[in-house]
Design a protein around this ligand. Structure first.
Ligand code: SAM
Length: 213
């Protein structure tokens, strides 16, 4: 998601260091300093406008959340939400997922959420998919042992690719739904994309997978 360029977004993000982590590399291995407690940390990669991560943080005050988004023009909308809600257990980071090992040490993160990741449908772009093996390796290197990825998408091709990628990486499939909104899964929190595409009749796919160390 890339919205109209907003030249003012950089200044706005920098004006709220209590919500948008500046210099995240300085907290590698020491995120308790950011949150002031040692609650588990769940991150959403590609958080977009932030609805999912904000609602998760509201519903689960015993968990710390970080929404990670590469585009300033998008994350600035998530910031508006956070300013309004003022949640002590939620932070935002304006970085690219490829850099995550610069900011998190092994075991800093307890769970990864990927919601409606860009599908990059052309085969020559498969390395850009956030479930490609190089990204899985990055996630494994920042997660606790046996950490999990929870993944939702409306894109069947991306879901099939991802299941194969998780399997080839040796991950354990703990949950799968090929039609989340018509399943018995409870407590689903919708993302912006999920609302948009499910209202158009698209099925939502969801899985939970676990690293085996
Ligand atoms: N998760 C949101 C939702 O479900 O409404 C947004 C989905 S949108 C299709 C995907 C988001 O991932 C975009 O905002 C995009 O900028 C972000 N993104 C894509 N690649 C990324 C990367 N390598 N690092 C961080 N964010 C990324």
């Amino acid at each position: 998601m890339r919205l109209r360029n907003k030249p003012w977004a950089k200044d706005r993000l920098e004006s709220y260091p209590q919500y948008v982590v500046a210099k995240p590399e300085s907290y590698k291995g020491n995120w308790t300093e950011v949150f002031g407690n040692d609650q588990p940390i769940h991150i959403e990669i590609g958080t977009g406008k932030g609805r999912f991560i904000t609602e998760m943080a509201k519903a689960n005050p015993h968990i710390n959340y970080i929404g990670i988004e590469v585009y300033k023009s998008v994350i600035v909308i998530a910031l508006d939400r956070l300013i309004e809600e003022d949640l002590p257990n939620l932070r935002l980071m304006n970085v690219n997922a490829v850099e995550l090992q610069n900011y998190f040490a092994k075991g800093d993160v307890d769970q990864v959420y990927l919601n409606f990741s860009d599908p990059w449908p052309k085969t020559r772009h498969e390395k850009r998919r956030l479930t490609y093996k190089t990204f899985l390796s990055i996630y494994e290197n920042i997660l606790v042992d046996n950490g999990e990825i929870h993944f939702k998408t409306d894109n069947q091709g991306l879901f099939e690719f991802s299941l194969r990628s998780f399997s080839e990486y040796g991950m354990l499939l703990k949950y799968v739904s090929l039609d989340l909104h018509n399943s018995s899964y409870e407590g689903n929190i919708m993302t912006e994309y999920e609302e948009k595409f499910s209202s158009k009749g698209f099925r939502i796919y969801r899985c939970e997978v676990q690293f085996q160390k």
